[in-house]
Design a protein around this ligand. Structure first.
Ligand SMILES: [Mn+2]
Length: 451
């Protein structure tokens, strides 16, 4: 039976009011809490900020470098949701084109920054869409006075390095794959042609910049969080004994897209029963059973910025005593860590605080991952993890306990903004306490999950 739309609206009314939503005036922005910061102007297509935002970041990085040449390659990749630009490159340019290159040369007198784009390919463009010619319009769109084709890269860098012979490694090397660092490979080519050029590393300058978010970035992350929360509220209607994990995931992702998120921030993890103990369970293909937990680690990406949220709920709406005890411990660990978050605190100390709560209860070996990470353009974002936290950083706090023999895993993950005076939860729109979660599930319309 279909729920009667009028009665659904009446049931949802207190929730909607809490979020400042008036159903008689419904532009999308108004369903988000009025305390949320206003979004920066976004340029479509592509959801980028004004070119001046990226130019200021390049200026700041050039100040750190001071001399020589930095070459930053766009190392984006196609995944199931399309092309995702490498975050270092996007942060400095706002350019989402594959194969692009950024060259910075702070000592140059007139032109100190160059954007190089791959040559056009009319055959390929018939399949993937037309690309812009180099023109005044393109220079204006990207905010670069000099845009060249990538064929000129070696000649350009040879000239610039002859003026100021230092080549900077700016992007942190990726550990996951066997591939050589593309910047170092290129610098090797330059050094083979030009004697006396040195290669130096400045590995934390950009990571540090990226982790200290501007007001605009914080507003974008906050929106990614709000959209993700809405996804959870829709997904919860699909949780019931006999329900399908995949449907829970699909509902969340449908809502994200309808709210302007272009993609998930990471592959959604929706695992019930034994799957709740598999940290990155990828399949969402199981039928949920009565008496189990379901762990949902899923969040949207909005305007290139990630959210990262996990909730663990009882499939039938009521925690068993064991589930409630483990859930309470995990929540207590998260609260203990949150109470310590403020500028000047180290990540590893937060981890220790949360871990102590879980260890003291005898579950130390069952908290098998780190407490959290930076969030930004990447879900596991760049940052100097060995340095103290600073205002403007966004981190996750995500303690967990996993008991495979009990087929029971609990993780609670929230996004936390470090403020001047302490910290605040960005993901404060979803229930977290066990009692609140049971109430949340009990308050669903009787028709929830019946299709
Ligand atoms: Mn996470």
């Amino acid at each position: 039976m279909r729920p009667d739309p009028a009665s659904t609206l009446i049931r949802a009314f207190p929730i909607l009011l809490a979020f400042g939503f008036a159903p008689w005036s419904s532009p999308a922005a108004e369903i988000y809490p009025s305390k949320d910061p206003p979004l920066p102007r976004l340029i479509e297509p592509g959801q980028t900020e004004e070119p001046s935002v990226y130019r200021a970041r390049r200026e700041a990085l050039m100040k750190e470098i001071g001399e020589g040449v930095a070459v930053i390659f766009a190392e984006g990749e196609e995944d199931g949701d399309g092309f995702r630009q490498s975050p270092d490159f996007f942060y400095l340019t706002g350019v989402s084109e594959p194969g692009a290159v950024l060259v910075l040369a702070p000592r140059e007198r007139t032109y100190r920054e160059f954007l190089l784009l791959p040559s056009r390919d009319p055959e390929a463009e018939r399949w993937t869409g037309e690309r812009d010619p180099i023109s005044m319009a393109l220079r204006k769109k990207y905010g670069f006075a000099k845009i060249f084709r990538t064929g000129r890269l070696t000649g350009l860098v040879l000239d610039l390095a002859a003026h100021s012979p230092v080549l900077w490694q700016i992007s942190r090397p990726r550990s996951e794959d066997e591939k050589k660092a593309v910047d170092l490979e290129f610098y090797g080519k330059i050094s083979a042609k030009l004697a006396g050029v040195s290669t130096r590393a400045l590995l934390y300058a950009l990571a540090r910049m990226r982790s200290r978010h501007s007001a605009g970035e914080i507003a974008l992350i906050q929106r990614a969080v709000r959209i993700s929360e809405e996804g959870f509220r829709a997904a919860v209607l699909e949780i019931r004994p006999g329900g399908f994990e995949g449907r829970v995931e699909a509902e969340a992702e449908r809502v994200w897209k309808s709210r302007g998120a272009r993609r998930p921030a990471y592959p959604s993890i929706v695992g019930s029963g034994p799957n709740s103990t598999i940290l990155h369970y990828p399949r969402s293909e199981r039928i949920m059973q009565d008496g189990e937990l379901i762990l949902m680690d899923m969040a949207a990406e909005f305007a290139h910025y990630a959210a990262d949220i996990t909730r663990t709920l009882p499939v039938n709406g009521k925690f068993t005593p064991l589930q409630r005890r483990i859930y309470g411990l995990v929540l207590q660990a998260q609260k203990a860590a949150f109470a310590q978050v403020r500028p000047g605190v180290y990540f590893e100390d937060l981890d220790a605080v949360a871990r102590k709560v879980i260890e003291d209860a005898g579950y130390g070996d069952d908290f098998i991952h780190g407490l959290g990470h930076f969030v930004g353009l990447d879900v596991h974002d760049a940052g100097a993890y060995h340095e103290p936290l600073a205002a403007g950083m966004v981190i996750t706090l995500e303690p967990g306990i996993y008991l495979p023999e009990e087929k029971l895993g609990v993780r609670i993950e929230d996004d936390v903004l470090v403020t001047e005076g302490g910290a605040k939860f960005l993901s404060d729109g979803l229930p977290r306490e066990a009692d609140e979660i049971e109430k949340w599930m009990a308050s669903r319309p009787a028709s929830a999950g019946q299709h």
